[in-house]
Design a protein around this ligand. Structure first.
Ligand SMILES: NC(=O)c1ccc[n+]([C@@H]2O[C@H](COP(=O)([O-])OP(=O)(O)OC[C@H]3O[C@@H](n4cnc5c(N)ncnc54)[C@H](OP(=O)(O)O)[C@@H]3O)[C@@H](O)[C@H]2O)c1
Length: 279
């Protein structure tokens, strides 16, 4: 039997067990995937014990992604650049950390928008928090010419430029609408638009009609940001696809099967978010 889990603090909200549990059943694998609450003070001990714990690895969620990076060996250059880990796996009795959020973001776009390509295009990312790091890194790895990062706290957007280089253009939040011209991709990575939060409230009138608009917020599934973009004719992609696609590589590393993100899985998780969801 192969065991994996997700660690975080708190962890009760995580939908990862629903996703991995679906795949374990789908592929007939003798395995388990559970939630494990790990408080910050216990994180180092959890990681030290991981090779002997009987786990093949785990996902890492808030608030541990950056702390885990400092405590394990990064598995690849992209994770090193990012400074945050969301997936741990064992090799030769040693814990390695990687990050699948960026590929989850890109693979979600590619599966929703056939032919999606932002090479040599300008993108705008709203927000400069933890999720923005992975999104900005992934957009740059796809060869975008520049990524404008608009954030309420400008210093955090400036830190992204220090981390990723001069293709990142920090912008004050109030100027975001004016800078949308020539953007091929617009992404909301702020927590605005989540249930109980204020709306993004961006004036999109300068956004080209061909631009793709995506929100990584997935509660609700269709945020007002996406509804507004659809109403003005832009193609939109919701945030649930990123959540599903980021899970693929971890499952493959622990359980040895590369799983498919199917419509059935999408709808299962969508109904968990919104019981009235209909395709
Ligand atoms: N789809 C997925 O797989 C996925 C993955 C990860 C995260 N997410 C979602 O992404 C969102 C952000 O997560 P995170 O971990 O990056 O959070 P975070 O690190 O706390 O960052 C929050 C971001 O939102 C901005 N913000 C918050 N309130 C604001 C306000 N009133 N006005 C303007 N900006 C505001 C913050 O700006 P300041 O810097 O100025 O505070 C910051 O840029 C959450 O909704 C999360 O659920 C989705």
């Amino acid at each position: 039997m192969i065991n994996a889990c997700v660690i975080g603090w708190p962890i009760a909200h995580s939908r990862s067990p629903l996703i991995h549990g679906y795949w374990l059943k789908q592929y007939g694998i003798d395995g388990s995937y559970t939630r494990r609450p790990v408080e910050p003070a216990s994180l180092a001990a959890f990681l030290a014990d991981l090779p002997q714990s009987g786990l093949a690895g785990c996902n890492v969620t808030l608030p541990h992604k950056e702390a885990v990076f400092g405590l394990v060996t990064p598995a690849d250059a992209s994770t090193k650049r990012l400074g945050a880990v969301n997936t741990l796996f064992l090799r030769d009795g040693h814990a390695l950390g990687t990050n699948t959020d960026g590929e989850g973001f890109i693979n979600s776009l590619q599966s929703s928008v056939p032919g999606f390509n932002i090479t040599n295009e300008r993108a705008m990312v709203l927000g400069a928090g933890g999720a923005s790091l992975a999104v900005v890194n992934a957009i740059l790895e796809q060869g975008a010419s520049e990524v404008v990062v608009a954030n309420r706290t400008l210093e955090k957007a400036e830190q992204l430029r220090q981390r990723f280089g001069p293709k990142v253009l920090p912008l004050v939040w109030d100027e975001a609408g004016d800078q949308l011209t020539e953007c091929g991709l617009l992404v909301n990575t702020t927590s605005l638009g989540m249930k109980g939060q204020p709306e993004v409230g961006l004036n999109m009138s300068r956004l080209p009609a061909e631009a793709i608009v995506t929100d990584i917020v997935y509660t609700p599934l269709r945020t007002k940001f996406l509804v507004d973009a659809t109403a003005r004719g832009n193609r939109t992609v919701d945030g649930l696809g990123m959540l599903l696609h980021q899970a693929v590589r971890g499952f493959s590393l622990w359980f040895g099967v590369t799983p498919q993100v199917t419509d059935e899985l999408h709808d299962l998780v969508a109904r968990d978010i919104d019981p009235d969801y209909k395709r």
